[in-house]
Design a protein around this ligand. Structure first.
Ligand code: NDP
Length: 419
């Protein structure tokens, strides 16, 4: 039995909410809250007749800590699941501290205004110290560790698919298959087709900022940074087929480098079609990916936010996306003195997801682990004071829950490796 507040009602949230409603023995009461209450109400109207979970809705701006504190004090949830945007991570964590409530999210903190001089100063120091230039990183949230310990509450960072499931796969591989893991390649393949020349599968602003950033990987104790999309490989994905994939900077590399002892190299690859890359390059070249406001006919607009308004809403891709995703990790290391390689992955079918919860597989593969991470906390399986990444807990109950709640995984011995 639990009472959980879910902040956000976008693509990922809609799956997490639908899954909480399927799991009504654990999630007896949920509140859906975002700035646009009508969207939360529409979700309640759709789901309430299908579930025993008691759904309430509220209007809240999570950037406004006073407003959110008042709502939490009124609803008194056991945990808050943050499936709004990475921009809200710190304010929601502050509110959890102020109210003594556990916290779960799916993406690490990113500043909305990257021109803010105070933020930029810290960012530039971090770039020099750490050696990667992505706008998002864990330092901001890891800095809350002591405060969460002192308050006796739990924060679980990054319980989506990647980060999230890929990180739990890493803990599981280490626990059951290896004495030491030396190489991790995380492969994120979307073999789906939505029929549009260009669209993003989750929030366009967050997605385009991520994929247009410099690429990077972790090797021998430090970051190696490379030009965006400059490292390309081909891979024959089970149930999807041959795809081109490109090396990206990705947030779980940062935490796995810290939490997987003895790891020598961690890379992340994502598949992209040529049409996506051409559109993205063109939009970047003309300045449409910029986060710096410009003045247009007397009104200030942020180019990437204007672009978001033009692009298809990721939530609308569900009915038209066909094909499958395959996301997983190839681990290479040693067991009992012998070298060994395994590949753990999940295959998810866009149309099956749509039939089940009305969303495409990208939202599904993130929303299901968001529900599972929250369940781990409210059930007391992953509950200790502090701020943690998901690979820091026992992976077994989470892996079991993935099989039960729609993301079954496969362990393949001696897979094709990535050169
Ligand atoms: P959407 O843009 O579809 O939804 C974001 C939601 O956040 C909206 O419902 C919006 O509602 C709400 N929101 C935004 N600002 C605020 C605010 N100030 N206060 C309250 N609510 C707010 O995003 P997605 O669902 O695609 O992504 C959600 C999260 O999941 C993101 O953090 C993303 O990075 C992460 N993600 C993680 C993945 C993983 O594998 N780990 C993969 C994909 C996404 P409203 O406008 O009504 O406030």
């Amino acid at each position: 039995m639990s009472r959980v507040m879910i902040i956000g009602c976008g693509g990922v949230a809609s799956v997490a909410i639908a899954k909480c409603c399927q799991n009504s023995d654990v999630f007896t009461e949920i509140m859906i809250a975002s700035r646009t209450k009508s969207k939360c109400d529409a979700m309640k109207e759709k789901l309430q007749p299908t579930t025993k979970t008691v759904i309430t809705t509220a209007q809240v701006d999570a950037d406004n800590t006073e407003e959110l504190i008042a709502l939490i004090n009124e609803y008194k949830p056991d945990a808050v699941l943050n499936v709004a945007l990475p921009y809200q991570d710190l304010t929601i964590m502050d509110v959890c501290l102020a109210t003594g409530v556990d916290y779960i999210d799916t993406a690490n903190y990113e500043a909305e205004n990257t021109d803010d001089p105070e933020w930029r100063k810290i960012y530039e120091e971090r770039c020099k110290k750490e050696g990667f230039t992505a706008y998002f990183d864990y330092s901001w949230q890891w800095a809350y560790k002591k405060k969460f310990e002192d308050a006796g509450i739990t924060a679980i960072l990054g319980s989506g698919f990647d980060p999230g499931v890929t990180s739990v796969y890493s803990a599981y591989a280490l626990k059951h298959y290896f004495d030491e893991i030396h190489y991790i390649d995380i492969l994120d393949c979307n073999g789906g087709d939505h029929g549009y020349p260009f669209a993003t599968n989750f929030n366009p602003e967050i997605n385009l900022r991520e994929v247009s950033a410099m690429g990077s990987y972790w090797e021998d104790g430090h970051w190696v940074e490379v030009e965006p999309m400059s490292i390309k490989r081909e891979y024959d994905f089970p149930e999807v087929g041959e795809k081109d994939m490109y090396l990206l900077h990705h947030e779980e590399i940062e935490s796995l480098a810290k939490n997987i002892p003895g790891v020598k190299r961690i890379r992340f690859f994502m598949t992209f079609g040529q049409s996506y890359l051409t559109h993205m390059k063109c939009l970047e070249n003309v300045g449409m990916l910029s986060t710096t406001p410009i003045n247009f006919e007397g009104k200030e607009i942020v180019p990437i936010q204007f672009l978001k308004a033009l692009l298809p809403d990721p939530a609308s891709l569900g009915p038209r996306t066909v094909g499958k995703t395959n996301i997983g990790c190839i681990f290479k290391g040693v067991k009992d003195g012998k070298e060994k390689t395994i590949y753990i992955y999940n295959v998810c079918d866009h149309q099956e997801c749509y039939k089940e919860v009305g969303s495409q597989a990208i939202s599904y593969t993130t929303g299901v682990p968001a529900m599972i991470g929250t369940m781990m906390v409210v059930e007391g399986l992953w509950k200790k004071p502090g701020v943690f990444n998901v690979e820091e807990f026992d992976p077994d109950p989470y892996m079991e829950a993935l099989n039960k709640w729609g993301l079954p995984w496969v362990v393949c011995e001696n897979p094709q490796e990535v050169e």
